[in-house]
Design a protein around this ligand. Structure first.
Ligand code: FAS
Ligand code: PHB
Length: 389
């Protein structure tokens, strides 16, 4: 088989890239190691920046998002008995869209089926070859048969544990990493949200986040130890702990229900530099990871593939390599700013016992300053709604 762009991975990065390339008439094939159902079963992001919303519209998959998504103009932060709101729209004129990654993925998969572009699910043992030359190729096993895909370019959209970054010689890539000493225990349930906007909480028992997927489906998180196991947390135990971390007025109206999903995600910051290796380009989690605190992971994946798609369109339509040559630099400029915001917000809102009373005082001083300065709130707001690409 032959194609112009071989995309490895059918998560948001790969699917959005495939949709943008299709729109430009560029042939592409997606190779995904898992089944479509498995990809849809993973519960991840919940908040889309305006940049991501616009990109999904550009890719032709925004209709259901606008119908079912929830535009949010702000979010609450609670700490030391205080409750304050970051007025995103008032401070930036922009808002965010609450619409789960699962729905984004479903819309992209449905769109790809409609346009008839091939996605090979359950493609096993994917290997990438000769990406430092001008005739790269990919091999994989599907339904017990060895297959080969010749291409012009390979897009590594295969996430943090994928094969693409792992195929780059160690001498050619620099890893920057920070692992946090805790995780997030997340619960999904079909009950009404405790509040109409998100609540981020710094409490003496640890971080909490009250998020949602719709007016009838919640996504709640609590900071938990890295040693903890999800099977040790019954729904009741989760809700009891979550209630203890909520402000009293919300705790009193918390509606509980059976979890649809419960999982623990470790938190890390990671960037691999550069993101281009000859004819291989890394995008999304394949190139970087952010702690979910700033709701940047999915949004960064979208901006990466927007830049990559523009570069590929220039290559094929205008015979220019300028966009591809500048992809890594431009993507990394936005990635590092999102890494900074996600790191800052994580450092601010979580318990770090190892930093002692001084560390706690620094967090309280930062929060006190944040809500005594409109300029400081505008900085948070413009990072949260998303910086320009
Ligand atoms: P993905 O990891 O989503 O997709 C990569 C795809 O490549 C997967 O389908 C995988 O099966 C496939 N793949 C991997 N190796 C392969 C191989 N060798 N061959 C073929 N296919 C291969 N972000 C937020 O903004 N908010 C959150 O709350 C949030 N929570 C998260 C929780 C968890 C547990 C994780 C892991 C991430 C979370 N994220 C969150 C970040 C997440 O949303 C990612 O940023 C987003 O999925 C990135 O999309 P992709 O780059 O497409 O990577
Ligand atoms: C979510 O709804 O999953 C979510 C929302 C905001 C975040 C992180 C996760 O910062």
């Amino acid at each position: 088989m032959r194609t112009q762009v071989a995309i490895i991975g059918a998560g948001p990065s790969g699917l959005i890239l495939g949709a943008l390339l299709h729109k430009a008439g560029i042939d592409n094939v997606i190779l995904e190691q898992r089944s479509g159902d498995y990809v849809l079963s993973r519960i991840r992001a919940g908040v889309l920046e305006q940049v991501c919303v616009d990109l999904l519209d550009e890719a032709g998959v925004g209709e259901r998002m606008h119908k079912e998504g929830l535009p949010h103009d702000g979010f609450d932060m609670v700490f030391a008995g205080e409750r304050r709101r970051i007025d995103l729209f008032g401070l930036t004129g922009k808002r965010v869209m609450v619409y789960g990654q699962t729905e984004v993925t479903r819309d992209l998969m449905d769109h790809r089926a409609t346009i008839g572009r091939p996605t090979v699910y359950e493609a096993e043992n994917v290997r990438i070859h000769d990406f430092d030359g001008d005739k790269p190729w990919v091999t994989y096993t599907h339904a017990g048969r060895e297959e080969r895909l010749d291409c012009d370019f390979i897009a590594g959209c295969d996430g943090f544990h994928g094969v693409c970054r792992a195929s780059v010689p160690a001498r050619a890539i620099t890893h920057h990493e920070k692992v946090y000493p805790f995780g997030w225990l997340g619960l999904l349930a079909d009950v009404p949200p405790v509040h109409h906007e998100l609540i981020y909480g710094h409490t003496e028992r640890g971080f909490m986040l009250a998020s949602m997927r719709s007016h009838t489906r919640v996504r709640y998180y609590i900071q938990c130890g890295l040693h903890e196991k999800v099977e040790d947390w019954s729904d009741e135990a989760f809700y009891d702990e979550f209630r203890r971390r909520l402000p009293a007025e919300d705790a009193a109206r918390l509606i509980t229900g059976p979890s649809i999903e419960k999982s623990i995600a470790p938190l890390r910051s990671f960037v691999g530099e550069p993101l281009r290796f000859g004819r291989l380009f890394l995008a999304g989690d394949a190139g970087h990871i952010v702690p979910p605190t700033g709701a940047k992971g999915l949004n960064l994946a979208a901006s990466d593939v927007a830049l990559l798609a523009r570069g590929l369109v220039e290559h094929y339509a205008e015979r220019s390599s300028a966009g591809l040559d500048d992809y890594s630099r431009r993507a990394l400029a936005r990635i590092w700013k999102a890494e900074r915001f996600s790191w800052w917000f994580t450092q601010l809102m979580h318990l770090f016992p190892e930093t002692g009373s001084f560390g706690l005082k620094m967090q309280m001083a930062e929060l006190d300053y944040l809500f005594s300065s409109e300029s400081a709130q505008r900085v948070v707001a413009e990072n949260y709604v998303g910086l320009p690409i």
